[in-house]
Design a protein around this ligand. Sequence first.
Ligand code: SF4
Ligand code: SF4
Length: 98
Amino acid sequence: MSIVVKVEEKLFQNRYKVDSGRPHISILDEDKCRNDCRERACIVCCPAGCWTMEGNGGVTVISDGCLECGTCRIICDEHRNVEWEYPRGGYGILFKFG
Ligand code: SF4
Ligand code: SF4
């Protein structure tokens, strides 16, 4: 008998410690997202759903829940518009494997 486990169920086992007021990911130039980026790949690439499209064509990122995979930074290579660093020690994702 095989047991199927969904990614969402695995992610639910992780915990995240928020560093209030100190997001570790930010957008350098929001106008660039709105006006110069057609793909907006950051929105679809993030496994944690941290990136969202706004009604005005802009993009927002809320790094709470970020898995620290770095994909958003890599995928914005053409525009280099993502400021990315690891959270301070003791904050961020706490992975649980079970
Ligand atoms: S991929 Fe980069 S430039 Fe494009 S919307 Fe996302 S952060 Fe902005
Ligand atoms: S590092 Fe990964 S999980 Fe975190 S916001 Fe970027 S794509 Fe999402």
